[in-house]
Design a protein around this ligand. Sequence first.
Ligand code: ADP
Ligand code: MG
Length: 360
Amino acid sequence: MIRVRNLSKHFGNLVVLKDVNADIKKGEIISVIGPSGTGKSTFLRCLNLLEMPTGGQIFIDDIPLLDKKTNVPKIRQRMGMVFQSFNLYAHLSVIDNLTLGPVKLLGIKKADAALKAMELLKLVGLAEKAYSFPDELSGGQKQRVAIARCMAMEPEILLFDEPTSALDPTMVSEVLAVIRRLAREGMTMIIVTHEMEFARNLSSRVFYMDEGLIYEEGTPEQIFDHPQKEKTKAFINRIRSLHYRFTSPDYDLYAMQAGMELFCEKHTLSKKVTGYVIHIAEEVLGLQNDFTEIHISLSYSEKDGSLELLCESAGTPANPMENPNRADDIAINLIRARCNTITYRYENGKNVLVLKMKEG
Ligand code: ADP
Ligand code: MG
């Protein structure tokens, strides 16, 4: 359905897309992941010509998009785009947001467009907000309206550019649920996202973008569990774990705790588990005597849902869990109670403590 060949995009001297090639079949759900600034948004914007590509070709059902003879507005109507920032018309009610395009661009009668709009609002769970204004809605509701508005144009392809990244964490799932529903209905979709669980569960293929290319692509299993290329591996490992380095006992505990809380939230861990993680990390740091260089990392394995806290600290060999200082007994007992396994080793001048946490 979509064929991209040697697509490039330069902004002045900045080469954002170097050579992008892709084939997307009807009904496929493609997640696009990668570090920020690697041209994911630019790629989506080139696909529906919100940005004019510098070179290369894009075919939609064998129609060359960049050919002068092609009726671009007509082709573009086959693609809907959902943005991070919703882009609703603030001065129009929800239902008018949905009917404007169909009436103006598709020539549909207002009454028919309104009927269709109500149907779509039901689909996204917002029929009762039809006469509200965007300002009266939460972020998650706005984004669901934006999706319904897109659908009102009856597109064959939906492009999503980080549809949940402007949302409060509590609202992410309502938007993802709507996208999931459209996926089940066989919509062809390309989704730029940071929601890795979602990308893994929903997509037929994952594109990892880096260096101006689709650097690696594959099934979610291939990309998330067995990435082949160096940068993909590094990216996947980074999103699975959180790292902190401290070189003084006056480290910023609250920053670390806030980071851990966000990390746990991302992996949809319960508040209770999150609380334990934060508490244990604090206790582990409390057991350290030498702050020359401490490295804390928290990793989550999607496979078995296990959480691992690793603490490396430079210095002479000393197992922090066998601290002769009696005052630390409470901390040590607390850590023991919350962990399934605790291992200690001394390696390359570092004390390495690995805690595998209990889930509940
Ligand atoms: P991503 O979505 O992967 O974070 P983007 O596609 O937004 O990346 O941006 C890729 C690069 O292109 C960035 O360095 C960005 O600053 C630059 N860029 C994007 N749009 C423009 C533009 N209209 N003019 C100049 N530079 C741009
Ligand atoms: Mg972007």
